[in-house]
Each structure stands twice: as C-alpha cells, then as structure tokens.
Design a protein around this ligand. Structure first.
Ligand code: ACO
Length: 323
C-alpha cells in the first residue's frame, strides 16, 4: 500500500500587519465588533507588487528546505488559489519555473477557501496511484486584492498569506483519508461577481472585483457542514474523536472553529488557532496553521491530525493523516 506522507511544511506571511485599529480608520467598525464576532485581531497585507506567486514561492521554498527535497525532484505541483497572479499560465506553472522544477505536472485548483485541501486531496490520489513520488502542494492568496475596502462586512475578515507541504510516497501510513465536496446551489451566498467570460465592470471600483457574502447564512451552513464532514471523515478511517491529536481547521472565524472542536469533543488546547493573527487567508489558512504548529513543536511526528476547510462554492473538505 502506498501512502502520501508530509515530508516538510513551509509558510510565508507578508510583512505588513493591519490591525483592527487600523481598519477603524478605513470603515465604520470597531476592534470590539471584529474580535468578538470573529476572533480576528490582525491580518497581513501584501506589499504593492507582491503577488500570490511571490507568497507561494517563499512558502514552497521553506517546505522544500524542511523536507530536504530539491525542486528538481518534484513530480507534481498543485496550487490552491482564487487570486492567481494572472489568468494563465497558472500560478503553479509560474511557481514551477521560479523553483526550477520545470517539466513536472503543474496546475491550479480553485475551490475558494478549500483550495489547499482540494489540492492536497488531488496530490494524494496521484501518489497513491503510483504515478507520482514527490508532490508540492501549496495554498496561496492575496485576498486583499479582491476586497471592497468600503464594505465593512467583508474587508475586516480576510488576510494574505501562503502555506505549502511536500508530500512523499511512503509505505508508512501518512494521509489516511481525504474528503472533497461541493454544492454550487449556494453560489449566491458567497461569490465574486465578475470574471473573463461573465465580464468585468469598468464603472465600478476595482472593475467590480469584490467578495459578495451573506455572512450569517454562510456561518450557519459552515457550522452544520463541518460538523457532518468531520464525523464522516473519522468514520471512513475507522477512527474516533479521541484518536485525534490535533484539529487544524480553516481559519475563518473562531466561533466556527469552536463549534467544530465541540463536535469532536476536543478542548481548544488541541486546536490550532491562527485566525487571531492571520484573519481568513482562504487557501493559505490550513497550511499556514499546520506549518506554525509543526515549527512551534506542538505537532509531533506520529500524531493524528484532522484538517478541514469550508468556502465559496460552497466547497468543503477534510483530511485525516498521520504526521
Ligand atoms: N463592524 C461593525 N458592524 C458590522 C461589521 C463590521 N465590520 N460588519 C457587519 N456589521 C453589522 C451589520 O451591518 C449588522 O448590523 P445591523 O444588525 O444593524 O443590520 C450587524 O453587524 C450584524 O451583522 P451579521 O452579519 O448578522 O453579524 P454576524 O454575527 O453573523 O457576524 C460574520 C458576521 C463575522 C461575517 C459572521 O457571520 C461570519 O463569520 N460568517 C462566516 C463567513 C465567513 O467566514 N466567510 C468567509 C469565507 S467562507 C469561510 O471561510 C467559512
């Protein structure tokens, strides 16, 4: 039996910190409202000219170093993003060339906030089938470029950042199960209204590019759906709540994270939380949290990790793995 094992993790955050107090000067909001509703205290913002591909490159380099793997050894790059540098080539192809991994398969996955989890699920299948020995999986976003900075209901929630893992084929158990789901019927609750084929709107700021969200409805579906998927994931692997050492959730809202932890009967000291400092970095969120947990020494080799995400589409996904 071939498994994918995480050989190394990496991440990158832009230098500029935007606090809730900074946002009080931009829109009609308060630190109290943002932190009590979401748990977010600050987030990062990419510098002018700094792109998703730049963030992905630094995160990938750190992951390759941690794994002791050369870029030229990589057989596959899968990159989750909704904020690609340009429409094509994919950000994965731009990253491949910059790393010097030319020749391997490279493509982007757009699953909104579940982008990294989808990318992980795809790469895992390539490794399990024996087609690929080493894969680089990245989640990278510059959501700040997609926000309407006059809309207080969305601009306070998101941040920029990237995370990456190197997966290697192994006979030892690694990723035990991944689950990927979507339901396009929920498009109206969370979407970006413009695009190449649907057209951009030159009359609007940022050509109409913005996040449209019915936050309280998204919140309710996210809690219910994540509740369901974590149960389904444990069942598929023949495991129980008590087998999970760490929950590494998508970092959208502390209240959503707490609800999932409660469902798993996990105390919050077994949950990795970065939303307070990163905000919601969409595809970047899970690998950023994973890398922070590995580098801080919280997550140890041999432990069982449950990763999950929920985002626009709706998409939702999970992975249960031995680190
Ligand atoms: N500052 C102050 N007031 C605000 C702000 C703000 N930044 N944003 C909204 N409000 C106001 C609203 O106008 C509303 O005022 P009203 O009652 O006078 O009409 C009031 O706050 C309550 O608004 P709600 O949307 O009902 O507030 P809620 O408690 O649901 O919190 C939030 C909003 C934080 C967006 C929450 O619903 C949430 O986190 N939802 C999940 C959405 C999410 O995370 N999406 C990201 C992508 S999907 C994902 O990753 C899960």
């Amino acid at each position: 039996m071939i498994y994918s094992r995480i050989a190394g993790t990496g991440s990158y955050l832009p230098e500029k910190i935007v606090t809730n107090a900074d946002l009080e000067k931009v829109v009609d909001t308060t630190d109290e409202w943002i932190s009590s509703r979401t748990g977010i205290r600050e987030r990062r913002r990419a510098a002018d000219g700094e792109t998703t591909g730049d963030l992905a490159f630094y995160a990938a380099t750190h992951a390759l170093d941690a794994a002791g793997v050369k870029a030229s050894e990589i057989d596959l790059i899968v990159l989750g993003t909704t904020t690609p540098d340009i429409i094509f080539p994919s950000t994965a192809c731009l990253l491949q060339h910059r790393l010097g991994a030319n020749g391997c398969a490279a493509f982007d996955v757009n699953a909104a906030c579940s982008g990294f989890m989808y990318a992980l699920g795809v790469a895992d299948q390539f490794i399990r089938s024996g087609q690929v020995r080493k894969a680089l999986v990245v989640g990278a976003e510059t959501l700040s470029r997609m926000l309407d900075w006059t809309d207080r209901s969305t601009c306070v929630l998101f941040g920029d950042g990237a995370g990456a893992v190197v997966l290697e084929a192994s006979n030892e158990p690694g990723i035990l199960t991944t689950k990927l789901h979507a339901d396009g019927a929920y498009k109206h609750l969370l979407y970006n209204p413009v695009g190449v084929s649907a057209g951009f709107n030159d009359q609007e700021p940022n050509h109409g590019i913005r996040v449209m969200m019915t936050g309280n409805e998204v919140f309710k579906v996210a809690v219910k759906t994540l509740d369901r998927i974590v149960g389904e994931t444990l069942e598929a692997a023949g495991m129980h709540e008590s087998d999970v050492d760490w929950l590494i959730p998508h970092q959208a809202n502390l209240r959503i994270i707490e609800a999932t932890a409660k469902r798993l009967k996990l105390s919050m000291d077994r949950v990795i939380v970065t939303v307070d400092r990163h905000g919601n970095t969409s595809s970047g969120s899970v690998p950023l949290a994973l890398d922070e947990a590995v580098r801080s020494g919280k997550v140890q080799r041999g432990q069982t990790l449950l990763l999950e995400a929920f985002g626009g589409g709706f998409t939702w996904s999970s992975a249960l793995l031995k680190y």
